[in-house]
Design a binder for this molecule. Structure first.
Ligand code: XMP
Length: 511
């Protein structure tokens, strides 16, 4: 299989590079820049991309590569820090950019030399996204300059003989016009890719591998109903049928009809599907608890207990399957982030039952590829394209103590919100949207009578990665329609507010 190696120097866009490469139908993996030369050789990439990074190549202790990497005969594309590193290691010189000269941030008009394979087929000038404070003062021998901006003559370099290329800007971000085209050019014109990465092929290969690995063994999967675990279940069901048991723990904090939808989606496979109705158990454990972190912990723990009990009923299990996906796996060059919330999903199951091994058939896929695979496997669109839903479910969308009555109220209101968004055709503009039942009550008037009911908050965001998010500008008419319907149709709610905070400083969920 043709593949690209992406060496990570700690840049914030490294995953984006990988996604762009895969969108060009070429398989790639991201590895830390410390990957030993021997491993690089045995990975046998058709090309290597060096990512950006926060350091300066001339600083002591900055990330480096073994210069022998340039002796492998493999094409290299350096992006930002990666470009400066390539220049320095091959004999050029990188210095801090002087004030007003070559330091550049943001959208920058750039002129390209279109005789360079990377810029083939592009207009003569377009916008690129810069973010660098260093400057390639001297270009290494054998290289020529292939792009410039008004402030900087040294924006891109190329050694076409050895097939080494470098760009100071970030072709992977959408602000760089024609950025994907440049990456495509690197893959196809420089590395000679043919574009063999397709989901149909991946599905067949993965099914073969699962069958080989599992043999006659038994596999257990904790199914949450989220996209990842659902696609994982479908893939395993296709591969090994009734050797698979899926345990779907319904904690009673799912959205309206969600449990039934998940169950229905798997009816076509002959796997063993166990649905555990654990609503009462969870609500009892949660009774009177209003601290968000405690609620999360209680649900996470109880989930494991229920799953454990079910697993014991099933008997000996050889493999535990998990829907881990690639962004969870990538070992980044950057440091670990502070914990804002203890996210819970079914991936964190402990070693409670006897099983030989863990299998993670989605561990090389990005989220959009997981969705594509789900479609390929014939899962219904409502399941495959569903927005993220947190493991603790509605418990963290009910502010304060959770009760069944509140959960039912929120389920109805949330359903109306989603329904109106769908009717208005707004879903494609939003990455996540839901309702939150606050613990604020206020006075209202309905008919001729006074009411003293709950305030419901609507939340809708747009985001690329959920690390940051902007509140969505849903048209007022749609919000109005949602508000009118909820207040009229859902008992216990007499006021609706719309959350207009972005992340940061807020988070997507309220708890
Ligand atoms: P926050 O609220 O942290 O949410 O800005 C970012 C994204 O993560 C989802 N989320 C969770 N997902 N288990 C999950 O699997 C969790 O415990 C959890 N908490 C938040 C949230 O819905 C949003 O998409």
């Amino acid at each position: 299989m043709e593949r690209i190696l992406i060496l990570d120097f700690g840049g914030q866009y490294n995953q984006l590079i990988a996604r762009r490469v895969r969108e060009c139908h070429v398989y790639c993996e991201v590895h830390p820049y410390t990957m030993p030369l021997e491993e690089i050789r045995s990975f046998s990439p058709i090309g290597i991309i060096f990512t950006g990074g926060p350091n300066s190549v001339y600083e002591a202790g900055s990330p480096q590569v073994d210069p022998a990497i340039f002796e492998l005969g493999i094409p290299v594309l350096g992006i930002c820090y990666g470009c400066q590193l390539l220049a320095q290691v091959l004999g050029g010189q990188v210095t801090p950019a002087q004030e007003d000269s070559a330091r550049e941030y943001g959208k920058t008009v750039t002129w390209y030399d279109r005789s360079c394979p990377i810029f083939q087929g592009l207009p003569e000038k377009s916008v690129s996204w810069m973010s660098h404070g260093d400057y390639m003062a001297r270009v290494p021998a054998g290289f020529r300059l292939t792009a410039h901006s008004a402030a900087c003559a040294h924006v891109a370099i190329a050694d076409e003989v050895r097939r080494f290329y470098g760009v100071q800007f970030h072709p992977e971000v959408s602000h760089t016009e024609y950025g994907t085209r440049m990456l495509h050019n690197f893959l196809y014109e420089v590395c000679g890719a043919r574009g063999t990465w397709s989901m149909a092929d991946y599905k067949n290969t993965a099914i073969g591998q699962i069958r080989e690995q599992v043999g006659q063994g038994r596999v257990l999967l904790a199914l949450s109903g989220g996209v990842d675990s659902s696609v994982c279940a479908a893939l395993l069901a296709e591969a090994i049928g009734d050797q698979l048991t899926c345990v779907f723990v319904d904690h009673g904090l799912m959205r309206l009809n969600e449990g039934n939808e998940v169950e229905a989606a798997f009816a076509k496979w002959s796997m063993n599907f166990v649905r555990v109705d654990a609503e009462e158990r969870f609500l009892t454990k949660l009774a009177d608890e209003s601290d968000p972190e405690r609620k999360r912990k209680i649900i996470g723990e109880e989930f494991i207990r229920v799953f454990e009990e079910e697993a014991k009923k099933i008997g000996t299990v050889d493999y535990l399957a998990q829907g881990t996906i690639y962004p969870d796996v990538i070992e980044s060059g950057a440091g670990a982030a502070a914990v804002i919330k203890s996210h819970h999903n079914v991936g964190g199951l402990p070693d409670y039952v006897d099983f030989k091994e863990i299998i993670e058939p989605l561990r090389l896929l990005f989220k959009d590829e997981v969705r594509q695979l789900g479609r390929e496997l014939g899962l219904p669109e409502y399941l495959v394209s569903r927005q993220p839903f947190p493991g603790p479910g509605l418990a963290i969308r009910i502010i304060g103590a959770v009760t069944k009555e509140k959960a039912d109220t929120l389920r109805q209101a949330d359903f109306i919100f989603r329904d109106e968004i769908a009717r208005a055709g707004e879903a494609r503009n939003l990455n996540q949207y839901f309702a939150v039942l606050t613990d604020t009550r206020s006075v209202g008037v309905m008919g001729d009578g006074r009411t003293y009911d709950h305030t419901l908050a609507l939340r809708a965001v747009t985001t690329d990665d959920f690390m940051t998010a902007d509140w969505a500008r849903i048209p007022y008419e749609v919000l109005d329609q949602v508000s009118v319907r909820i207040v009229n149709e859902v008992k216990g709610i007499n006021r609706i507010v719309y959350d207009i905070t972005s992340k940061p400083p807020a988070t997507v969920e309220w708890e």
